[in-house]
Design a protein around this ligand. Structure first.
Ligand code: AMP
Length: 249
């Protein structure tokens, strides 16, 4: 079984995000970029499936600027066999990404697609669901466990207040949640080996996909600053403040 994994280049999760002065977006110039953390988990899961003999080939795909190649290289160093970059300078919204992935799925014919549950830059949580809908495939979202056997995928899903187990007929789209696994660090020898693995570069036009944005960002602003808290001396003072200052009781 071939597995396709989508890996997005995003601002590193340790970076303090700065909003652009004209409120059109966030600063990305000279900012450290990394693989979306949920996509690291997606790659790790695919590598484990390959190590277990369930998967035979692992293709890492990314869409975006030329530098997204680095994100694919990280996936290759973690264990992916080859990469595909759909190169574009245009802003890609989740529907465009899902359409590009659909076109790649039609070309590559994988039995399983794993994406992250959400990209930490746009926090959309849409691509996996849209892709499954476009393909007419089953979907196992927010996966915290994935077992593949007898043409079925059993996915344990993180739902509000507990876990839900679903059994899905393959092929499937799975979206990786935080507890699915702990991704490995790429070892130096594997980073060196990854340099020799192939990355194919395509344009959206090669796949016949219209990636024009459908949504317009009206404004991006910083979250309101929280005021500093205070320490109260006693429970009665706390109750007094809640009642008379905050007026919440
Ligand atoms: P989102 O729906 O935007 O929160 O993204 C969910 C998942 O879709 C991410 O974790 C990635 O696996 C995948 N994805 C989104 N955008 C891209 C992109 N430009 N390139 C590759 N994968 C992407």
């Amino acid at each position: 079984m071939k597995v396709l994994v989508a890996v997005k280049r995003v601002i590193d999760y340790n970076v303090k995000i700065r909003v652009k002065s004209d409120n059109t977006g966030v600063e990305t110039a000279n900012v450290k970029m990394s693989m979306n953390p949920f996509d690291e988990i997606a790659i790790e899961e695919a590598v484990r499936l390959k190590e277990a003999g369930t998967a035979t080939e692992l293709v890492a795909v990314s869409m975006g600027v030329t530098q997204s190649q680095e994100t694919i290289r990280t996936a290759l160093a973690m264990g992916a066999d080859r990469g595909i970059l759909v190169e574009t300078d245009q802003e890609l919204q989740p529907l465009a990404v899902a359409k590009l992935l659909k076109a790649l799925v039609e070309r590559e014919q994988p039995g399983l697609v794993i994406v992250g549950k959400q990209a930490i830059d746009d926090d959309s949580n849409q691509v996996g669901q849209m892709l499954a809908a476009l393909l007419g495939w089953a979907q196992g979202t927010f996966a915290s466990k994935l077992t593949i056997a007898d043409g079925k995928a059993e996915v344990v899903r993180e739902v509000d207040g507990g876990l839900e187990t679903v059994s899905l007929a393959m092929p499937v789209v799975v979206t990786a949640d935080l507890r699915l696994n702990t991704p490995r660090y790429a070892s130096l020898p594997n980073i060196m080996k990854a340099k020799k693995k192939p990355i194919e570069t395509l344009k959206a036009d090669d796949l016949g996909v219209d990636v024009a944005p459908r949504l317009k960002t009206v404004k991006v602003v910083e979250p309101q600053k929280r005021e500093a808290g205070i320490k109260v001396e006693s429970v009665s003072e706390l109750v007094d403040k809640l009642r008379n200052e905050a007026k919440v009781i």
